[in-house]
Design a protein around this ligand. Sequence first.
Ligand code: TYD
Ligand code: MG
Length: 457
Amino acid sequence: MAKKVKSSWTCTECGNTTGGWFGRCTSCGAWNTIVERTDAPSAPDRVVLSQGDDVGRVFRSTHAEDETKTKPRRTTSIRELDRVLGGGLVHGSVVLVGGPPGIGKSTLLLQACAGLAAGDATVLYASGEESVSQIADRASRLGAKHERLLLLAETRVESIVEATKSHAPDVLIIDSVQTIYSDLTEGLPGNVGQIRAVTAQLISYAKSSGVPVIMVGHVTKDGQLAGPRLLEHMVDAVLSFDGDEARALRMLRATKNRFGSTQELGVFEMTGDGLSPIENPSEAFLTQRDNAATGACVTSTLEGSRPLLLEVQALLGPSPGGSPRRTCVGADPARLAMLLAVLDRHAGLFAVDQDVFVNVAGGLKLTEPAADLAVLLAVASSHKRAPLPADLVALGEVGLTGELRAVPRVEARMAESHRLGYSTLLVPHARKRPKAPKGVRLVVCRTVAEALDAAFD
Ligand code: TYD
Ligand code: MG
C-alpha cells in the first residue's frame, strides 16, 4: 500500500496555512501565493531559538535578565549605525540590511567589521557575491584590514556554519542572503524556499551560539526586500539603507527593531574613503544660500530623537493641458492637494488650477504632518512671487478648517533651528506656550491666514 502523503497549503508571502487552494491569501491578501506542500514542513523551516538551559523554562520578568545572563550590546564603533540598531548589536540577534544595489551595504558592513575587530571581536565576513581578493582589496582601501577580520567566499550556508565552528567568530556577516543556498531545499539561491531555509539556519545559529548575524538583503525595483515577506518577520531587525545618489548622502533607518526604536535615522556621506557619518545632518539637508529664495521654506522634522532642519521647495506654473499636475519629490501628493484646497478656501489664494511641483531638498521624505505649514508657505511664496524671511522656520499641522494644530516637541525643534541660526519661528498655538531660546522670536498663529499674514508681513 502506498504511503499516505500529507499535504498542506501555505502562502509563500506570509506563511499562512490555509485549508486548501485559494486564489488569494486569506491572511495577507496576496494573489497566487498559495502553494501545496506534499510533506510535513521540512526541517530547514524550523528555527532553534536556543540550546542554552533557559529554553522551556519559565522566568520571573524581574529576574530574567540576571538569570539568563544577558550580555551587554556590542558596539560597531560607527555611531550612526549603533544608534539605528538601538545602541549596538544585541547578542544572538539577526539583523537584515536592505537597500538597492550600489548604495553601499557592503561598504557599511565592512567598515562595521573594522570597528568590531578593533573592539576585540573576531568577525567572519562571508560573501556569496565577491571573491576573497576582491573583499580584501576593498577592505584595504577602506582601512578595514585587521587580524581578527576573517574573510570567506562561500555560497553554501552549511559550509558557512561549519566555518564558524573552527573560527569561533563573535559576529557573522552574510553578504547577501539572496546568493546563499542550503542543501536542505531545492532550487536556485534567491528563491523563496532557499531564502527561508538559509535564514532559518542562520537564525538557529545566532540564537544557539549567541553570535549576532548581519545579513545583506537585496531590494526589488519598488523598494521592497526581495524574497518572502516572511523574511522580515523572521529576523530581529530590518535596517534599510537608501539615499540620494547624486548628493552622496545615505540614510539608514530601522523599519523593524525588536531591540530599539524604529524612528532613528543615521546619515552618512559616501566619500572616496568609504562612508563617513554626518554628525549634523541639518547642515547637509539645508541649501546653502545667503538670501531668501522665492518658493522655499525651512521646517524642522523629528527623525527619532533628533530634530532635523530641511527645506521644502515649491514651484507653481500655468497648466497648459487643463488638468494641472502635482509632482512631489519627498512629499505626499494627496497631502499637497489638501493644502491647496485649504489655501483656496481659507486664505483666498487660488492655486488649484496650476501645475505644482514640490521638492524636499536633500532627498529626505516628509512623513510628519508638522511639515504641512512649510509646504503651504512654500507654495504661497511661489504663488505670490515673494520670498519668505531668510531666518524663518515654520512648524504646524494644517487642518481642513484652516486651523493650525500643535506639533510635538516644539522646544527641541526650536533649539535645533536656533543652533543653525534661524531666529524667527512660526509655531501653532498650544495650551502651553513653548519657551524660546534667547534671541529667537516666536510667532504664535492659530490659523493658516494668520500664519500667511505673519510670514509675508
Ligand atoms: P557597495 O558597498 O559595493 O554597494 P552594495 O553592497 O550596496 O551594492 O558600494 C558600491 C558603491 O560605493 C560604488 O558605486 C562605489 C562606491 N564607493 C565609494 O564611493 N567609495 C568607497 O570607498 C567605496 C568602497 C565604494
Ligand atoms: Mg554588495
